[in-house]
Design a protein around this ligand. Structure first.
Ligand SMILES: [Zn+2]
Length: 186
């Protein structure tokens, strides 16, 4: 819990769940949370769960993410910095879990009775062309980028709309070469 933005290991996630939810923590449940909380640190998730009080026992990953994001937005507003760095050493590993996890994630969420935003998941799998959030990280609160373009995060899936468009284009042409900036008009 020393570094605020360190990525959680699987055993971090397990410990967090046992401590806060007391739920039956199966491998599938840990995987679901690991993917759901990717990009957030143990300290952030711990703080989010603590802030929920007794409701933490029934918390869903997206509720915890919502609280973590709100806390980051507050910090970003006060610090006036655009982005936090994601530790690159863990990045490939996170990618791996991201992809492995996303394959089975919807089944686990359905099984647990959790609501999950499919567009959020889809957008999160690619980097954001607008705010430059990396794959696996959530969009920052940026509303105007250096090119002067304006874009607000979607209130439902909480990502920049152009990121979702990119992800949708990517998943439509999976395996095709990556085009860094592709304007899609639908
Ligand atoms: Zn974004």
């Amino acid at each position: 819990m020393s570094t605020l933005h360190a990525v959680m290991s699987r055993s971090d996630v397990r410990g967090l769940l046992i401590r806060h939810t007391g739920a039956h923590v199966t491998d599938d449940v840990i995987s679901a949370w690991e993917v759901g909380l990717a990009g957030f640190s143990l300290a952030e998730c711990h703080a989010a769960l603590v802030s929920m009080g007794p409701a933490a026992r029934r918390a869903t990953p997206s509720e915890v993410v919502g609280r973590c994001e709100a806390a980051r937005d507050r910090r970003t507003d006060s610090a006036d910095t655009g982005h936090r760095p994601i530790p690159s050493a863990r990045h490939n590993r996170t990618d791996y879990h991201q992809q492995a996890g996303l394959r089975g994630i919807h089944a686990v969420y359905a099984q647990m009775g959790w609501k999950r935003n499919a567009e959020h998941d889809l957008a999160r799998a690619v980097p954001c062309p607008f705010c430059r959030a990396k794959a696996g990280a959530v969009c920052g609160p940026l509303t105007r980028n250096r090119a002067g373009r304006r874009e607000a995060r979607d209130p439902v899936h909480r990502m920049h709309p152009s990121r979702l468009e990119r992800a949708q284009a990517d998943s439509a042409g999976r395996g095709a070469p990556h085009h860094p900036v592709k304007e899609t008009s639908r």
